[in-house]
Design a protein around this ligand. Structure first.
Ligand code: PLP
Ligand code: COI
Length: 368
């Protein structure tokens, strides 16, 4: 039993009675994939109106029992986060900007009419899980332990109003490459029929509903032989916003970068924000400006645009080689990874893995 200093929330620990065998675990860790395998434990904390957060447990990862009238099953009052724990060059374990995930979690909570979770509880919860499951780090190059904190309306109630009970959980999944193809660059499909987020909607929140709405356009992309869908703005159907689960950057021949601005319809990615800083550290000019699909095609064809990449926790930094739409296809640069993309990726990854100094104080060690 231990108490977090500011919230007086007491965590109870329960060991898993029958964790994965070392052989099964080793097989998973040698080939983790993304999102298909899970560690032995989970964190669970409950919230009840009038009582606040209570019953914090770090225990075995196990199925939940919920009533068929549980509010989340009907109105999708649910939010989540995604962050990774990394093995460090010195053998330790660290997180990358976990307080930024905690802050974004609460932004999402407010948009979905859910209670705030104190940021220190969020950070403590991921630390406790990683501490319990430190045997679950992949052994493959580039592997990490992906953490999925989430919260849902757990009240048994069918009226349409904010629930009076919530559950916050954290699970962990050993992760390798997000893209199955392992190709050096991905190909993306411009969705003409579907949008991801409209002004005033929930695009800037990380809620499950946004991803549910992206599944049909994402399936359309896959059907046509592409890896990901890219969404345009809902109003003019012209401005490039983001992919289903990643932000976008464009690199021009004069060495400048551009990324779409945070207008409320785009998820404010922590990787996007970190790369803004790292690019400026390198003396590069980065503009947060709208960029149209027509301009994108024109610049790729003229050679003015030399690189493009997607970024996010799961995808890290992934070059975009090909873009396809109903109007045809175009290739960016050589169609493979570009120099600046590789440089920024390596800068980011080496900070995350403790291989170089951390000038912005982004790395939180497990023991801190
Ligand atoms: N955009 C969307 C829609 C996402 O789901 C994600 C992933 O979390 C991102 C962007 C990138 O955000 P981050 O860099 O914080 O992982
Ligand atoms: C992430 O990068 O953490 C994401 O959440 C993207 C996707 C797996 C939903």
């Amino acid at each position: 039993m231990a108490t977090t200093a500011e919230t007086e929330l007491t965590f109870t620990s329960r060991e898993h009675p029958s964790p994965a065998t070392p052989e099964d675990r080793a097989a998973i860790l040698a080939n983790p994939g993304f999102g298909t395998n899970f560690s032995d434990h989970m964190v669970s904390i409950d919230w009840t109106e009038g009582q606040g957060w209570h019953t914090a447990v770090i225990g075995p990862r196990e199925p939940l029992s919920i009533d068929p009238a549980c509010a989340v099953l009907h109105y999708a009052q649910e939010i989540f986060e995604g962050l990774k724990a990394y093995r460090q060059a010195d053998g330790g374990i660290a997180f990358f900007r976990p307080e930024a995930n905690a802050e974004r979690f609460n932004m999402s909570a407010r948009r979905l009419a859910m209670p705030d979770l104190p940021e220190e509880v969020f950070v403590e919860s991921v630390k406790r899980l990683v501490d319990a499951d430190r045997a679950w780090f992949p052994t493959v190059e580039g592997g990490s332990l992906y953490l999925r904190p989430f919260m849902f309306a757990s009240e048994t109630f069918l009226g349409v109003r904010p629930a009076k009970q919530y559950k916050y959980l954290v699970i962990a999944s050993p992760a390798g490459n997000y893209f199955k193809s392992g190709a050096p660059a991905v190909s993306i499909w411009v969705s003409a029929d579907y949008i991801r987020a409209a002004p005033g909607g929930t695009g800037a929140a990380k809620c499950g509903g946004n991803y549910a709405a992206s599944l049909v356009p994402q399936a359309e992309a896959i059907e046509r032989g592409h890896d990901q869908v890219v969404f345009l703005d809902a109003v003019e159907r012209k401005w490039v916003e983001e992919l289903g689960g990643m932000n976008l950057y464009f690199v021009f021949e004069d060495g400048t970068l551009l990324t779409p601005p945070l207008t409320g319809t785009i998820l404010p990615g922590i990787t996007r924000d970190s790369l803004l800083t790292l690019a400026r550290d390198e003396g590069l000019a980065v503009r947060e400006e709208r960029y149209s699909i027509d301009q994108w095609r024109e610049d790729a064809n003229s050679g003015r645009l030399v690189e493009c990449f997607a970024c996010g926790t799961a995808a890290v930094v992934t070059p975009v080689g090909q873009v396809a739409s109903r109007d045809g296809e175009f290739t960016i640069g050589s169609g493979g990874p570009g120099q600046l993309t590789e440089k920024l990726k390596s800068r980011l990854v080496s900070i995350q893995r403790g291989e170089v100094a951390d000038p912005h104080g982004w790395v939180t060690k497990l023991g801190d």
